[in-house]
Design a protein around this ligand. Structure first.
Ligand code: NDP
Ligand code: 8X3
Length: 261
């Protein structure tokens, strides 16, 4: 049985981000939705970006001042068109996915393209669109969402792990690109978080997806959002760099303690 504390986080408005414009990609679900909620609770106006307009519109109705933006981060021109005119203070290019756990020799080039185009190029498209404005304004926060999978590969993780290793490398490069601009760069690398992530990975096989988390006191999307909140509400001189967040039941990407269910 899962033993974790499942009480929701308090979302009391602290107003620490009042007047800020935040962008969260992948805001229609899971970690991105939770991040959008906490940033809005802190007073930010949040641009909610993803492909599923219906989910975004529903969330927009809950978050005062937020904007629903139907956007496929793989489309470089569309990302540039939509984001370049916005004065984004906080960018969280969180949209991402995995497809399957097949070994490379049995993998699907279409799935690889989807994962790499979303998790790597999608992040780059967003950064290309929002960082020039941040540089001009001499401030901004970029919070990447990597994964423990980018630090430790696991069987069948191949392309997804590679995509998240690329995010980690991108984080390191960005620190050089942006260190003299006033922009803070961070990466949050979560372990197992129960979201629709595995449903997407297994293309709707919810039973298989549920087994990933069975008997584990897995993380919640709100746990990751709370860390993003901490990062972006530090005094301007403080740049939290890399945060690795494990479930207490996880020793590594592969080694997970499970209780009988
Ligand atoms: P979800 O499946 O719940 O959310 C993924 C989000 O990405 C959705 O909002 C989806 O929206 C969006 N998305 C996918 N493709 C695109 C695209 N081409 N353009 C725009 N948006 C897109 O999964 P999570 O919340 O768990 O995943 C969020 C991030 O966290 C990912 O980068 C993932 O790799 C990372 N992560 C997840 C972990 C976990 O255990 N869950 C652990 C470590 C990292 P829509 O379909 O509407 O476009
Ligand atoms: C998602 C976490 O371990 O399922 O990044 O790859 S894992």
């Amino acid at each position: 049985m899962e033993s974790g504390d499942r009480r929701p986080y308090p979302l009391a408005t602290m107003g620490n981000l009042a007047g800020k414009l935040a962008l969260v990609t992948g805001a229609s679900s899971g970690i991105g939705e939770a991040i959008a909620r906490v940033l809005a609770a802190e007073g930010a106006k949040v641009v909610l970006a993803a492909r599923n307009k219906a989910k975004l519109t529903k969330l927009q109705a809950e978050l005062a001042g937020s904007i629903a933006l139907e956007l496929d981060v793989r489309d470089a021109a569309a990302v540039q068109r939509a984001l370049e005119p916005l004065a984004i203070d906080i960018a969280v290019p969180n949209a991402g996915l995995a497809r399957g756990v097949d070994p490379v020799q049995k993998g699907s080039p279409e799935d690889w393209a989807e994962v790499l185009d979303t998790n790597v190029k999608g992040v780059l498209h967003v950064l290309r669109a929002v960082t020039p404005g941040m540089i001009a304004r001499k401030r901004g926060d970029v919070v990447l969402i990597g994964s423990v999978a980018g630090r430790q590969a696991y069987p069948g993780g191949n392309v997804y792990c590679a995509s998240k290793a690329a995010v980690r490398s991108l984080y390191e490069s960005l620190r050089y690109d942006l260190h003299d601009t006033g922009i803070r760069v961070s990466t949050v690398d979560p372990g197992m978080v129960r979201t629709p992530f595995s449903d997407v990975r297994f293309k709707g096989d919810t039973e298989r997806a549920a087994k990933v988390y069975a008997g584990v006191d897995h993380l919640l999307a709100e746990d990751i959002a709370d860390i993003v909140r901490f990062i972006v509400t530090r005094p301007a001189r403080v740049n939290i760099g890399e945060v690795v967040v494990w479930s207490k039941d996880q020793a590594s990407a592969m080694q997970v303690a499970r209780r009988p269910v």
